[in-house]
Design a protein around this ligand. Sequence first.
Ligand SMILES: [Cu+2]
Length: 71
Amino acid sequence: MAITDETFSVDGMSCASCENRIARRLEAVPGVSRASADHKLGRVRVLYNKEVTSNSALRAAIEGLGYEVAP
Ligand SMILES: [Cu+2]
């Protein structure tokens, strides 16, 4: 199983609690092994198994929390 390493550009994070909120939410998605966020850079990095989840599912999870993901 290959691990995909993907970084999303995310708008709307303003502090460390936004980072934690997004990281926890993503790590709750089956197939995600690790997620981290940086509100200063507006970046969210996710390590995941493409056979279990997908770019669009992860994007939807972030957007479901009220943040905007760049296309
Ligand atoms: Cu915040």
